[in-house]
Design a protein around this ligand. Structure first.
Ligand SMILES: Nc1ncnc2c1ncn2[C@@H]1O[C@H](COP(=O)(O)OP(=O)(O)OP(=O)(O)O)[C@@H](O)[C@H]1O
Ligand SMILES: [Mg+2]
Length: 275
């Protein structure tokens, strides 16, 4: 399996621990509402939706449950790369009916079993000309119902909200959405914007993940970020953490939010100066 699946490769690592905490937080927050379908989305590309959804799915599977991970980014989904599986047939083939599988209605013709016990991945499939249209069709509604009846938990890896409408469309069909942000790069204003866009269509927000936090950030070392971690193929000193929408947010979370706000203000000032 791919080296981005930290939690599978090194279950004792700090990052694996953080993903298990994120899983528990999601379970607690939504225990009364029965969270079964979760969308992972973000404002712009590259903030870590696919990485977070893949590792979170492994964390859920670790509990002995039957978990489906769906690549709903039919434009440039890459879950197949992360799990080292075929890209098709996948979601677009199921929704459009365009595929070579024998039984087109058999959900499991489109799923790939992974090395992680209980985890099934539906890759994105062939790139269709009309991804947003496929997501609003009745077949999609039916699929969500079928998935709910078949799996204990279904995680959808989505597209960036500010770029295409796919995730907003999906958010209203699923129980809740998790917003991934990238430390000191995602703008607070953008997070507020996508929160509103999702809520305007009747979608719910489960929480916000702050991804790609440098582990070297000295002041967090003893509290949030548990030391060094070598991972990923790109940057080797980043970590992930989550802010739940629960009330017990710790001071450190407020501190991070404050830092991000300050960063936003500095960026705005820079932009003004350039104008
Ligand atoms: N916490 C992290 N630490 C290190 N690398 C990370 C982390 N999160 C994501 N990455 C890397 O950043 C890159 C972008 O991540 P990813 O593909 O998950 O983003 P995305 O939000 O799904 O992007 P897109 O919008 O294009 O689908 C990948 O190379 C991934 O391995
Ligand atoms: Mg992605």
């Amino acid at each position: 399996m791919g080296k981005e699946l930290i939690i599978d490769q090194d279950p004792k690592s700090p990052i694996a621990e953080i993903f298990r905490t994120l899983r528990t937080n999601l379970q607690f927050m939504t225990s009364n509402q029965g969270l079964k379908t979760l969308l992972v989305t973000s404002s712009v590309p590259g903030e870590g939706k696919s990485w977070v959804s893949a590792n979170l799915a492994v964390a859920f599977a670790g509990e002995g449950k039957k978990i489906a991970l769906i690549d709903s980014d039919m434009r440039k989904g890459r879950l197949h790369t992360i799990f080292e599986i075929d890209k098709k047939p996948g979601l677009s083939n199921y929704l459009s009916g365009v595929s070579e599988v024998e039984d087109k209605e058999d959900l499991f013709s489109y799923f790939k079993k992974t090395n992680v016990e209980g985890l099934y991945v539906m890759p994105a499939g062939d790139v269709p000309p009309n991804p947003s249209e496929l997501l609003v069709c009745d077949k999609m509604q039916e699929l969500v119902e079928k998935l709910k009846n078949t799996f204990d938990m279904v995680i959808f890896d989505g597209t960036p909200v500010l770029l295409v409408t796919d995730s907003v469309i999906l958010s209203r069909q699923l129980d809740s959405s998790l917003i991934v942000t990238s430390y000191k790069s995602t703008k607070m204003g953008d997070v507020e914007k996508i929160k509103k866009m999702i809520e305007n269509v009747g979608g719910k927000i489960a929480g916000v993940v702050i991804n790609k936090i440098p582990v070297a950030a000295k002041k967090y070392e003893s509290t949030y970020y548990y030391g060094n971690h070598e991972e990923s193929n790109k940057s080797d000193n980043v970590d992930v953490d989550s802010i739940s929408s629960q009330e017990e947010n710790t001071n450190i979370e407020d501190e991070i939010l404050k830092e991000i706000e300050e960063f936003d203000q500095k960026e705005e000032k820079k932009e003004e100066e350039n104008d």
